[in-house]
Design a protein around this ligand. Structure first.
Ligand SMILES: Cc1ncc(COP(=O)(O)O)c(C=O)c1O
Length: 430
């Protein structure tokens, strides 16, 4: 028997399955499970008719380039269209700053490979996006978590964590942020704080990675275009590497996203990308380009805002009915996620088995935490997230959301009852 572990690189030895994908396999095995786990867009919103017509035209055979390898930077008309999108977002971008990627996840991977050496530190919000954790972990970077307050990353905590790392002789390279409707908390970083973060990064000569897939999905009764203005729009020095995606607005199956970075870095991302996939599928890019060029994407955006706002309302109302006495949660102003806190003493990961038996799944909060205790640095900001969980309201329909919350409530109440009966058994035994 070959011991394959002995063949693994040090980086591969540390790679782990994503907690979210693991939940996906639970759902696949149990058909009636209602999933609040992955951040999937709602399949009801996919523009199948439009996609079909455009795909038929593209695949008519009239253009031999459609199925050919394309430029690594991306299908040129799409790159130009992304420049227009960036302009609309307040951050005009020259074409040499832009690179189309295979989802923003590839963008994160490129950022990690191009900008980090093993042991370098990335400052992340606590909690933070699991896909970013995976990309940074894969290059053996060290992640230091900074706690949040009501509008995202806490500036005082950022100072404290940074000072501790510098005292420990660490090289801090990047600050990774999801300012709009963060995954997993749904929080929105306020405008003043965005400006303060840019200043902070300049003061310490650190690059900011701004990951922005949810920007278009603000709920218009709770947030405005001004609230979701990217940090990139106020980046006078070229300190921000900006990532965004068509996954949440058109369909994630196309895997079309982009990076807007200072030209010198964009060139390096391009070289790194060549080694990964030569180019992003140009059929996908052409399709996304046509959907946007024909005005279909812009027509779709207000509908999506309403669609997801209604789902948020349904989930918040259901939580209010079923669990207000024991669970608290954030009320997101956009995006796909709501972050919930169970009563002290309950463990979201342990509760999952019971939740699956009741026919509902979520992602236990721990998956979004980084623990910087294992390399000798003092623990600072990691409170572990044991009683926290992420609920995604984006994919299920209204009745499944209501039913899922009823099932979740049943699991939580059963767990609470069991905890209190075992606590009183312990007391009686004393
Ligand atoms: C914060 C964040 N970044 C990146 C991604 C990856 O998006 P894509 O589908 O473009 O790879 C996601 C997807 O859930 C996300 O939530």
């Amino acid at each position: 028997m070959i011991d394959y572990d002995a063949f693994l690189s040090r980086a591969a030895a540390g790679m782990k399955e994503s907690a979210i994908r693991r939940m996906g396999s639970v759902v696949a095995r149990n058909r009636d499970v209602i999933s609040f786990a992955p951040g999937y867009p709602s399949a009801e919103t996919f523009l199948n008719q439009d996609f079909q017509e455009i795909a038929r035209e593209l695949l008519s055979g009239s253009d031999e380039h459609v199925l050919q390898y394309g430029p690594t930077r991306g299908f040129r008309p799409l790159v130009e269209l992304v420049a227009e999108i960036m302009d609309h977002r307040g951050a005009p971008a020259a074409l040499d700053r832009l690179l189309i990627t295979t989802g923003s996840q590839q963008g994160l991977d490129l950022v990690a490979r191009v900008l980090l050496d093993p042991g370098d530190v990335v400052l992340v919000e606590l909690p933070t996006y699991t896909g970013a954790i995976a990309a940074f972990r894969n290059v053996q970077a060290h992640m230091a978590g900074v706690r949040q307050d009501a509008d995202g990353i806490d500036l005082a905590a950022l100072d404290a964590v940074y000072a501790r790392l510098v005292r420990a002789g660490r090289r801090v390279r990047l600050l990774y942020l999801v300012p709009n409707f963060q995954n997993p908390t749904g929080l929105l970083i306020g405008r003043d704080k965005r400006l303060a973060l840019l200043e902070w990064a300049a003061r310490h000569d650190i690059l900011i990675v701004e990951d922005d897939p949810y920007r278009e999905l603000y709920f218009d009764n709770a947030a405005t275009e001004a609230d979701v203005r990217p940090m990139k729009a106020d980046d006078r020095e070229g300190r921000v590497v900006y990532l965004s995606s068509f996954s949440k607005t058109l369909a994630p199956g196309y895997r079309v996203a982009w990076i807007d970075a200072p030209a010198a870095l964009a060139a390096k991302f391009e070289f790194a990308k060549q080694a990964a996939d030569l180019c992003t599928g140009t059929l996908d890019q052409r399709l996304v380009y046509e959907v946007a060029r024909r005005g279909i994407l812009n027509r779709q955006l207000p509908l999506l805002r309403t669609h997801y706002r209604e789902k948020r309302d349904v989930m918040v109302a259901a939580l209010g009915r079923e669990l207000a006495d024991v669970v608290s949660w954030t009320d997101p102003r956009g995006g796909f996620f709501l972050w919930a806190r169970l009563p002290q003493g309950l463990d979201a990961d342990r509760l999952l088995d019971r939740a699956v038996r009741h026919g509902v799944v979520y992602v236990a909060g721990e998956a979004f935490f980084v623990d910087d205790a294992d390399d000798g640095l003092p623990r600072a900001s990691n409170d572990g997230g044991r009683n926290l969980l992420r609920l995604s309201f984006s994919a299920p329909n209204h009745s499944r959301i209501r039913e899922g919350v009823v099932r979740l409530a049943a699991a939580i109440r059963e767990e609470l009852a069991e905890l209190s009966s075992s606590a009183s058994a312990v007391q009686q035994a004393r």
